[in-house]
Ligand binder design. Structure first.
Ligand code: ADP
Ligand code: TRP
Length: 321
């Protein structure tokens, strides 16, 4: 089974990204041939500052490698190193009905959040379809927010195949039934765009400080508390053993628990969870040439698959005979 997924370099990766997506990406490597890439073309749709783009891409690359990406087995590259995908986007665009894109909620959501309503943002799902189809992917592990984009991809693949013959594998989504939504320090969904994140590799002192600031209700200590309504408990769920979690749950319900106590333990557990990877992350930071080499090597492997599929598609539509 060929697995493919992409992640945008739109900021530094946070623990919501890790528990919601990266952890599953890394686990899938044990059983499948995986293709993972950093979606820098997609990131341009939100008009980032040019000086930031390449650096954020390398940051995401270092995070993935430090956290256990298998650089031998998994193909890992920067999207824009394989520009073939943009040519396929054009071929797919010519069979994509406007209505299909007009129904996509992510465009409307992003414009409502204040992003410029540019054509790239509107056509974003077609580029994503090209990503998936050019590498002949079977399975696409994504968060629930990406479900519609995978449906669009399937729709485009089926249309193209109907008109031009069976060129593309029609992929399946693999919705990551993640640990639900990871809350940020303000209690909303943790997201780069809300400025409420805890980055995976930010300094330990800063992780501690942020965890102490996680918003909780103002019930007095002696009052019983509902763990299911508490962001601190939601974060504990990610890193505590089931026995320990059970103890915390009892303490919440019994009353007499101060949130400070739970936050201190949470900070300890969170720091311990990522500790084994910090050393590797720091080494990579001092060895950028190696990181660039991993991406270049991945791009070369990705390019050979992409080139084959693109050539078939060019022939199918009649550009080459
Ligand atoms: P952000 O909201 O920070 O910009 P992205 O939209 O780039 O994050 O998400 C990248 C991946 O991480 C997606 O697969 C998404 O489902 C997952 N993800 C992001 N934030 C969270 C969260 N708070 N909880 C769970 N998963 C998340
Ligand atoms: N749109 C995805 C996100 O924001 C990133 C992405 C781009 C992607 N191309 C992809 C995910 C192809 C899966 C497959 O999370």
């Amino acid at each position: 089974m060929r697995v493919l997924s992409g992640i945008q370099p739109s900021g530094k990766l946070h623990i919501g990204n890790f528990f919601g997506a990266m952890r599953q990406h890394l686990q899938l490597q044990a059983e499948h041939k995986c293709f993972y890439f950093i979606a820098d073309y997609h990131a341009l749709t939100s008009n980032p500052v040019p000086d930031d783009v390449a650096g954020l891409t390398l940051g995401v690359a270092m995070d993935y490698i430090a956290l256990g990406l298998d650089i031998e087995k998994t193909i890992f590259w920067r999207q824009s190193d394989v520009p073939e995908v943009t040519e396929l986007t054009w071929l797919l665009s010519c069979v994509t009905p406007m209505g299909l894109l007009q129904r996509c909620t992510s465009y409307k959501d992003k414009v409502a959040q204040g992003l410029s309503p540019n054509h790239g943002l509107f056509a974003y799902p077609v580029l994503q379809a090209a990503d998936i189809l050019i590498y002949r992917s079977d399975l696409v592990p994504v968060g629930a927010d990406q479900k519609q984009h995978i449906e669009v991809t399937r729709d485009i693949a089926i249309r193209f195949n109907n008109v031009y013959g069976e060129i593309f594998t029609v992929p399946r989504e693999h919705i990551i039934e993640s640990v639900a939504i990871v809350p940020g320090i303000d209690g909303r969904k943790m997201s780069k765009s809300y400025g409420n994140t805890i980055e995976i590799f930010e300094p330990e002192a800063s992780v501690r400080k942020k965890i102490m600031k996680v918003v909780t209700d103002s019930l007095p200590v002696e009052e019983p508390k509902d763990p299911d309504k508490c962001s601190v408990f939601a974060l504990l769920k990610l890193v505590a053993s089931s026995d320990e979690l059970c103890e915390w749950e009892n303490k919440y319900r019994a009353g007499g628990l101060g949130y400070g106590q739970a936050k201190k333990r949470l900070a300890e557990l969170m720091i311990d969870y990522f500790k084994p990877y910090r050393q590797k992350r720091a080494e990579l930071e001092n060895n950028m040439d190696y990181v660039k080499e991993v991406l270049a090597n991945g791009a070369e492997r990705a390019k050979s698959v992409a080139g084959e599929t693109l050539e078939k598609a060019r022939q199918a539509v009649g550009l080459r005979r």
